[in-house]
Design a protein around this ligand. Structure first.
Ligand code: ADP
Ligand code: 5GP
Length: 205
């Protein structure tokens, strides 16, 4: 079985979900591996899939819309919400805070919606503690050089930020075996097909 075929099968236990409850899907990847591109492709494909818009203290990139790509908030507000228990998970990534609203996830799952999260490895570990039935998917770039090229071509970050993201990428990629599925995002159309097949397989219908 090659790596591509392996990604279709799951060697980690997958928990059943109660009838009528939605399924949580977590997609993680080093920055620039293609998570946003893949997530928007599957959101177009599955009308029942809800996207969890994360909260972040980082500055919006050009073209990013508040409430659609992220909910952009101030650091002091984010910290207050940690104390108030608003986050289902939160993490500090590249010197900014990122978090997922617990209320959004709980309401969505209770009303039978499937939900897609785009979060990092630290967040994935926290979500699995709280929602052990979540399905986890890691997106791998073909190589670190390809990742650098994608970040440079995307042209949204300075060289210093790209270098920091690449350093973090190596740490994240070393943890890919924590995930149920690993998808290699080399040819985009193949990677989309794999992600669609995984979601189709587990989603609550
Ligand atoms: P992430 O959300 O993981 O940071 P993006 O989805 O923004 O990554 O992708 C980073 C850049 O790489 C974007 O410019 C995107 O168009 C490009 N990209 C994504 N997938 C591929 C692929 N399979 N081949 C080539 N370029 C890709
Ligand atoms: P970016 O700033 O490039 O959009 O995202 C940087 C990293 O933060 C990515 O690895 C992304 O998956 C992660 N991230 C985005 N939203 C969240 C979140 O809500 N929680 C956690 N833990 N990580 C997040």
């Amino acid at each position: 079985m090659n790596d591509k075929e392996k990604s279709r099968f799951c060697f980690k236990p997958v928990m059943m979900i109660e009838d009528g409850r939605g399924r949580l899907f977590i997609v993680s990847a080093p920055s620039g591996a293609g998570k946003t591109t893949l997530c928007s492709a599957v959101l177009d494909r599955f009308s029942d899939l809800l996207y969890s818009v994360s909260y972040t203290t980082r500055k919006p990139r050009s073209g990013e819309r508040n409430g659609i790509d992220y909910n952009f908030i101030k650091k002091e507000d984010f910290k207050k919400q940690i104390k108030a228990g608003k986050w289902a998970e939160w993490a500090e990534v590249h010197e900014n805070y990122y978090g997922t609203s617990a209320e959004f996830i709980d309401n969505g799952l209770d009303s039978g919606r499937n939900i897609l999260l785009d979060i990092d490895v630290q967040g994935t570990i926290q979500i699995l503690e709280r929602y052990p039935e979540a399905i986890t998917i890691f997106i791998m770039p073909p190589s670190v050089n390809a990742l650098r090229r994608r970040l440079e071509l995307r042209d949204t970050d300075s060289k210093e930020i790209i270098d920091r993201r690449l350093k973090n990428a190596e740490v994240e990629m070393a943890k890919k075996d924590l995930y149920h599925h690993v998808i290699l995002n080399d040819l985009l159309s193949d990677a989309i097909k794999e992600l669609v097949a995984i979601i189709e397989n587990y989603r609550s219908k």
